[in-house]
Design a protein around this ligand. Sequence first.
Ligand code: PRP
Ligand code: GUN
Ligand code: MG
Length: 165
Amino acid sequence: MSDQKLPEKAFPVSWDQFHRDCRALAWRLSGLGPFEAIVCITRGGLVPSAIVARELGVRVIDTICIVSYGEFKQLENLTVLKDVADSVVNLERKKLLVVDDLVDTGKTAQLVRQKLPDAHFATVYAKPSGRPQVDTFVTEVSQDTWIYFPWDLGYSFQPPIRGPI
Ligand SMILES: O=P(O)(O)OC[C@H]1O[C@H](OP(=O)(O)OP(=O)(O)O)[C@H](O)[C@@H]1O
Ligand SMILES: Nc1nc2[nH]cnc2c(=O)[nH]1
Ligand SMILES: [Mg+2]
């Protein structure tokens, strides 16, 4: 998404669908490992990392804590609140897996790639601008779409498509 435009379309994802999509990601990654450790990009990467780690039997999980968005808009500068541990950076040659929920512009992924150039980068969803930054993903979503994750959603009344009841 660009800084100026608000997303036009919505792609809401349920817990069931997200679990299925994360499992699909794990299936795709299962032939590419074994991976020694996962680096999870918080916070969006936390749930997919947990599911992928369970499926692939990875026990070493570190985080890189990055803030890049506020209220649907990318912030001027990405802020790294916590970096990858040196012990994990030193595993780099032994196949590191970086996991996030999505790539949008690709700026977050680019920053992590600079730190871990040899790691395999995986996301559940990818928008076209960020896609070149990702090695493995499950579903492509158009650039003008905002993805709503299950932890962002709740049940509410939906008016009928053709107008008021
Ligand atoms: O490809 P980009 O345009 O850089 O955007 C992708 C990043 O944006 C979101 O994180 P966000 O900073 O919103 O924080 P969160 O993970 O804590 O929700 C998402 O989880 C990715 O990490
Ligand atoms: N939840 C959510 N966060 C994002 N960060 C960048 N793009 C998106 C998106 O489409 N959905
Ligand atoms: Mg994130």
